[in-house]
Design a protein around this ligand. Sequence first.
Ligand code: NDP
Length: 292
Amino acid sequence: MSDNYKTMGERALMHGPLEALFCCIGDPVIGNPTQIMVEDAFEEIGFAGRYLTCTVATGSVKEAIEGIKALGFAGANVTAPHKVEVIQYLDGLTESARLSGAVNCIYREGDKLIGDNTDGKGFHTSIELIKPVEGMKVLVLGAGGAARAIITELALHKAGSITIANRTLEKAQAIVDTLSKEVSTKLDAIKLEDHFAIDKSWDLVVQATSVGLFAPQEGLDLVWEKGERIAADVVFNPIETQFLKAAQKAGATCVDGLGMLVYQGAIAIEKWSQRKTNFATMKEALERAFSL
Ligand code: NDP
């Protein structure tokens, strides 16, 4: 951290207003690089804010949110396993959070804490940089929290159709049943079997399961037909996953999980600070974090 950033904090301490406080709550949180990315971004944009990473055990989420309120924190990130439970303790939700049923970002409106979901928004940004999602025929592998946030945001941006393939079919069907009432995108659910075939009809294929996270040799058992499409993985460590390697061999334009991580963070930081962030700095911070 540079002297300027430290001086900024010290000046805020001596003359006010005090630095804005933020935190990430989850369990486990060791290995979560968000603090490094956020504090580098704060420093670069000259925002007097501090960000801490806090282990909050299951059963203590209500107290953690009360603590965030009482201590006057300006915002927070919420990570696994609390993204769903936290909703009941907040004062309001954005449409993305309400529809995806999960919150990964909290901001303040006066003395109210509002829950948002920037995971899906971050993913959507990483795809829109290549091609508009409107009208796309999308295949999403997985039906967990990340998949749900992505599906919600793609539907809100008028993807043509989204097929959800999950190992546990019921979870995919539950997303279809809930979201179909709220969006015009056509949704359907299928089972993610072994030797799952990915034909060339998809415009966008999203790997949104946790397979491959911290496991560079692991990947889903997929059979790719050669063809042009976008293939995106939510897994960000390793950056180049088995899924992306196979997709690239089959002719896809690949999008790694780092983009989603940077953009979801950037959306949060811009909301908290009301300032524009620099994606390159944030990406560099993440790459540095992963090399530690
Ligand atoms: P969840 O635990 O909510 O969901 C996990 C999903 O993976 C489920 O669909 C589950 O299927 C599936 N799955 C797990 N193991 C297997 C397997 N062996 N074979 C097939 N499917 C499997 O996790 P999240 O949705 O919260 O997270 C998923 C991934 O997304 C993680 O790697 C996480 O790090 C990443 N992520 C990345 C972000 C980014 O910014 N890049 C942001 C948020 C998350 P089933 O339902 O059958 O159990």
